[in-house]
Write a protein of this length. Structure first.
Length: 212
């Protein structure tokens, strides 16, 4: 759940909870995100998101651990139950890890990811992946970071130290290209053939709005 929001830029909880194994195109290095929040806009019912190098290992690990017949990527009841409070759960994890909470826990994961991607990719590409408009991105998501000030002052950035799970930003275009060319993916594994449709209900926790 955390990786999908932090590295995939998904809206929590509706988009991660709606993600199915059949939505993941391992061979082409991308996955389809179905968005209840934007489905009332023309063409907004879904979008394609890359299997970013930071996200791919997390999905492959969960795939290998999935029960036969699992339909949803996030299938455990403790995340899908109607009374589940994901924010409380994340705060509990952060307290155990000694990490100070930041404002708007899940929305700022999306904002951080969009800010990172905007440093490398054209905005129309980034917005297509994140699922918002350039106007919304500029007003609500893109951030000025400490690294911006460091670079402006001629000092080295510190992103590699802050985010060890992912490669340095200039390397990501080639990393994503490498993922898309990789033939040895879970689609070829025996467990892939065991995944089939089992209908599981999902209750979204986000309020429905028309501007994000």
């Amino acid at each position: 759940m955390f990786a999908l929001c932090r590295y995939g830029g998904l809206r929590c909880p509706s988009e991660p909870l709606g993600l199915k194994w059949q939505d993941i195109d391992w061979a082409r290095g991308r996955f389809t995100v179905h968005s209840p929040k934007t489905e009332h806009h023309a063409g907004g019912e879904s979008r394609l998101v890359p299997l970013f190098p930071e996200l791919l290992p997390c999905l492959r690990e969960v795939f290998e651990q999935a029960e036969p017949g699992a339909e949803y990527v996030i299938s455990k009841w403790r995340y899908r139950g109607a009374g589940t409070n994901l924010r409380t759960g994340l705060l509990r994890i952060m307290a155990k890890a000694g990490v100070k909470p930041w404002p708007k826990l899940f929305q700022n994961l999306r904002a951080t990811r969009e800010t990172e991607l905007a440093e490398v990719w054209p905005m129309h590409v980034v917005c297509a992946w994140i699922g918002n408009s350039q106007a919304v991105a500029m007003e609500h998501y893109l951030q000025v970071t400490d690294d911006d000030y460091r670079r402006a002052a001629g000092k080295p950035a510190q992103k590699a130290a802050q985010y060890p799970a992912g490669p340095a930003l200039p390397e990501r275009k080639q990393e994503i290209a490498d993922v898309q060319k990789t033939p040895d993916l879970p689609q070829d594994s025996e467990s892939y053939t065991n995944v089939h449709r089992v209908v599981v209900g999902a209750t979204g926790l986000e309020p429905v709005t028309s501007w994000v």
